[in-house]
Design a protein around this ligand. Structure first.
Ligand SMILES: NC(=O)c1ccc[n+]([C@@H]2O[C@H](COP(=O)([O-])OP(=O)(O)OC[C@H]3O[C@@H](n4cnc5c(N)ncnc54)[C@H](O)[C@@H]3O)[C@@H](O)[C@H]2O)c1
Length: 453
């Protein structure tokens, strides 16, 4: 059928893009030309480095956080995240490339939004989705055509499609047509000098192929490598596989440590020797227990979800049990080391070296040191600690301030819980009376006073 100018209807449709085509093209063009206004909701260990990376790549970035304190510090160019030096943040803020606000109205002017809010567990070990829901309520209130929304918080498979999408769809806008929604797991490893946000490959899966492509295009502007996957569920499951893999293998290493302890075999020597196998083995190490916002928590997001599908995640439950026993095992080890030295634990001075959940960072979330300190305190010990990254510690009814590392010399027993690089180990071995080393930080030192895990 021809119209008055003689053009067929087919030709007209092909030449004049549909609204959906236009939305895709406009947003893609804004992203390619770096004119897209980028937003990051949640400016913690994950969100702040991401915001900095996009600001570096030439985008105008707005960070949104409920914490006024964090907002003020960012706007003053004063970083509170170890992997983002203030010397990196301040010039971006001064140049106007990065700013922060606690006013969610800023969402209205943004083209892209990455959600990087916490996903803790409830006391019952069920997922606590309240932070994601709160952030999405705000985004839903300001959703507009041509917006790309990417959830980065670690969560159970199905969250993006089952929780986030219905909230955003209430706007009447269509996903993959008017707005774009993806999940992209965050893989940062705070304190890792070799891998940071820009050079960690980024997996992204969208609700529709157009969403995935938009997510891929977005990350490709600032990050070195992007791996698109076929769905949000695959992207969500990738993260859970990675963290479950670590949790279970650490659980195996911890069980090995328990077995070797009983059989009087040096577990560290066993692992180091096994690691010489050039294929089919990857070393994991025992320790005082799991810590951090990821490994002790994320696998339980998966087991919670699989229970609903009628499958029990038995490896996860078992590794969780073994890893959860480790602070108790270490407390017992400290007690028996003291007893062997002729001292009861009650009244003994015990000095904990390192309370962050891992080496060279300041994060104490879920740190096994916290459990251990409480266990020793309840057994009547007088507990002190040193940690160059954690000046104060507030525990269940116990407020502690870090002591200088030299305090270790006054203690009846020192426990190395976190092997920070800044500790002076030769001086410690020289001056301490008794040392329980849960990290093999004193590898190579030979002394009667060292008790290894
Ligand atoms: N820390 C890591 O090493 C790491 C690694 C990979 C993945 N993750 C995942 O990334 C997510 C974020 O973790 P994180 O370590 O950055 O947490 P974080 O606690 O350091 O930061 C989260 C930020 O979100 C803010 N926030 C909370 N509710 C908000 C809301 N409704 N709106 C705006 N801001 C809000 C908090 O004030 C905080 O600044 C979690 O799901 C975590 O599991 C963390």
């Amino acid at each position: 059928m021809a119209n008055r100018t003689g053009e067929s209807k087919m030709t007209i449709t092909a030449e004049i893009p549909t609204t959906a085509d236009t939305t895709v093209k406009i947003l893609a063009e804004k992203i390619r030309s770096r004119r897209a206004r980028v937003g990051v909701v949640g400016l913690g260990y994950v969100g702040l480095p991401l915001a900095v990376e996009f600001a570096h790549a030439g985008f105008s970035v707005t960070g949104i956080d409920v914490s006024e304190r964090k907002v003020q510090r960012i706007n003053a160019g004063d970083s509170y995240v170890g992997d983002v030096p203030s010397a990196t943040l301040a010039p971006l803020v001064e140049a106007g490339a990065l700013s922060a606000t606690s006013d969610f109205a800023a969402l209205a002017g943004l083209d892209t939004v990455n959600i990087c809010v916490p996903t803790p567990l409830r006391k019952t070990k069920d997922p606590d989705m309240s932070f994601i829901v709160a952030a999405c309520e705000q985004i839903a209130g300001h959703l507009h055509a041509g917006m790309l929304v990417i959830l980065e918080s670690t969560t159970y498979p199905g969250t993006t499609d089952e929780v986030v999408l219905p909230m955003l769809s209430k706007s009447g806008l269509s996903v993959g047509v008017d707005f774009f929604l993806c999940f992209s797991p965050e893989r940062v490893d705070p304190g890792n000098p070799n891998f940071q946000t820009a050079n960690i490959p980024k997996v992204v899966g969208g609700c529709t192929p157009a969403c995935t492509e938009m997510g891929r295009l977005f990350y490709a502007q600032a990050l070195e490598r992007v791996i698109p996957v076929s769905s949000t569920q695959v992207a969500e499951m990738v993260k859970l596989l990675e963290n479950t893999f670590r949790m279970i293998n650490i659980g195996l290493a911890n069980e090995m440590a328990l077995m070797c302890d009983r059989m009087r075999i040096d577990v560290w020597e066993v692992i180091d020797a096994a690691a010489t196998k050039p294929f089919g083995f990857m070393p994991f190490y025992p320790g005082p227990g799991l810590g951090g916002h990821c490994i002790p928590i994320d696998p339980f997001y998966l087991s919670w979800k699989t229970k609903q599908a009628g499958i029990e995640a038995r490896f996860i439950e078992l590794a969780g049990y073994i890893n959860g026993q480790m602070p108790q095992f270490v407390a017992d080890k400290v007690q028996s080391a003291l007893n062997d030295a002729g001292r009861p634990v009650k009244g003994s001075r015990i000095h904990v070296m390192g309370v962050a959940y891992k080496r060279d960072i300041d994060d104490v979330r879920e740190s096994p040191a916290l459990d251990l300190i409480l266990l020793l305190d309840r057994r009547g010990a007088v507990v002190t600690y040193s940690d160059p990254h954690v000046p104060e510690l507030k525990l269940d009814g116990l407020d502690l301030s870090a002591s200088p590392e030299e305090t270790a010399a006054e203690a009846d027993c020192v426990v190395i819980v976190t092997d920070h690089g800044a500790f002076n180990y030769p001086a410690l071995v020289d001056r301490a009376r008794l040392i329980v080393d849960t990290r093999n930080a004193l590898k190579g030192f030979r002394s009667e006073k060292i008790v290894r895990l």
